[in-house]
Design a binder for this molecule. Structure first.
Ligand SMILES: O=C(O)CC1=CCC(=O)O1
Length: 95
C-alpha cells in the first residue's frame, strides 16, 4: 500500500545541541536506510516549513504506524497520513 505522509517537525529550541545533532543524524540514517530499501519512496521538503511530504510503500497501515513510531524524530513530529490508491486516469493504469 502507498501512503502520503506529512511530517511537521518541532524540535524544542532549548534541546541540548549534542542531543539534537545525534537525533538528526539518527533520523537521517534511518531515512536513507528506508529509502534504499524502497520503503520510503519519496521524501520532499515543504518550502518554507520544517516539514516534509513523503510517500511510503508498506504492506498495510499497521506497518506504517510501526515505522513512523520507530523514527528517532517521532516524539517531535506532528504526522498526517493519507492512504493512496490507483487513479483510473493514471498512465500506470492505462498502458
Ligand atoms: O527534516 C525533516 O523533515 C524530518 C526528517 C525526515 C527524514 C529526515 O532525515 O529528516
Amino acid at each position: 500500500m502507498l501512503f502520503h505522509v506529512r511530517m511537521d517537525v518541532a524540535v524544542p529550541p532549548d534541546l541540548d545541541p549534542e542531543v539534537r545533532a545525534d537525533l538528526l543524524a539518527r533520523e537521517k540514517a534511518r531515512a536513507l536506510e528506508l529509502q534504499r530499501a524502497g520503503t520510503w519512496v519519496h521524501l520532499w521538503r515543504v518550502v518554507g516549513h520544517y516539514s516534509n511530504v513523503s510517500v511510503f510503500e508498506v504492506p498495510d497501515g499497521t506497518a506504517l504506524h510501526d515505522l513512523l513510531w520507530s523514527l528517532p524524530l517521532f516524539p517531535y513530529m506532528t504526522i498526517e497520513v493519507t492512504a493512496l490508491t490507483a487513479h483510473p486516469s493514471a498512465l500506470s493504469e492505462n498502458p
